[in-house]
Design a protein around this ligand. Structure first.
Ligand SMILES: [Zn+2]
Length: 283
């Protein structure tokens, strides 16, 4: 059972949630409603995995150090500012009325094929914004909030400065809107990203083998959270890892595991919610 979860859990989770989402959207449920249920479904999957086969028991979060600051940022990002999602849908509707961007989207094709195309295109924007966050000091001030924790678990997926996560989403979605992708494709990419994000940070044993050459899963992403910049400045992929292959930033050492627990960023850092939101603006 544990072997099955570590090897096939990701595929089972993502394929079942995406198929259910496509079914529900095709039958008239709203994109936001489906996104909500997809997020709940993937959270249950990841929590079960972390409970039964934790990778490191001492990465289980403690309330004051991890869960409270993470939950605070979650509220800021997703409750106060997550009108972003609404903006995306409004933008997609606006573009539809104005002729569908450049009207280049292959909407006549099978929906799964459209999703694959959308993920590859969207990932190009995500890859370059994420890489810029590590290479441009001004952007790193905001992005390091995501890298600060010294342990990884599912909820790290929501720990972002609101400016960081907003710009990231814009870079991923705007290319799709310009090409004229429909709202349901935007919704499915967002669902994929949400489900994948929880998995990417999971503190459960994973053995995804060949999938690591296509998806930016936890085995690769743990290296991206390494304390040493020369290790961390790899694997920028958010959902897919393909652009890391193209731009030579793919990193998957199979024999360097003593470094794996070396997570976080150097220097002092406050977990106070006010500091996390306002300090990056001050420098
Ligand atoms: Zn990063």
């Amino acid at each position: 059972m544990q072997l099955a979860f570590s090897r096939f859990g990701y595929l089972i989770c993502i394929v079942s949630i995406l198929s259910a989402s496509i079914f529900l959207i095709e039958f008239g449920h709203s994109e936001l409603e489906v996104l909500f249920f997809a997020a709940i479904g993937s959270i249950i999957f990841t929590i079960v995995g972390e409970f039964f086969i934790p990778l490191f028991k001492d990465w289980r979060p403690n309330f004051k150090e991890n869960f409270f600051p993470d939950a605070s940022l979650f509220v800021v990002n997703y409750v106060l500012f997550q009108s972003q999602l609404l903006q995306i849908f409004l933008a997609s509707i606006a573009i539809k009325f104005s002729g569908g961007g450049f009207d280049l989207w292959p909407s006549e094709l099978n929906i799964y094929f459209q999703l694959v195309v959308a993920l590859i295109i969207s990932e190009f924007g995500l890859y370059w914004f994420h890489r810029a966050c590590h290479e441009i000091p001004f952007l790193w001030r905001f992005h390091k909030i995501h890298h600060n924790p010294q342990r990884l678990y599912w909820f790290n997926a929501t720990r972002f400065h609101y400016l960081d996560v907003t710009l990231l989403q814009v870079c991923g979605i705007v290319p799709l809107l310009l090409l004229g992708a429909e709202a349901k494709i935007i919704a499915l990419v967002t669902i994929f990203s949400t489900v994948h994000g929880f998995w990417q940070h999971i503190n459960a044993e994973q053995d995804q083998r060949i999938l690591n050459y296509f998806f930016s899963g936890p085995e690769l992403h743990r290296w991206h959270h390494n304390l040493k910049p020369e290790i961390a400045n790899h694997n920028y992929g958010n959902n897919l890892i393909i652009w890391d292959h193209v731009f030579k930033t793919f990193y998957w050492p199979k024999d360097n595991n003593e470094q794996l627990k070396n997570i976080g960023v150097e220097g002092n850092f406050s977990n106070n919610i006010k500091s996390m939101i306002f300090d990056p603006f001050k420098g």
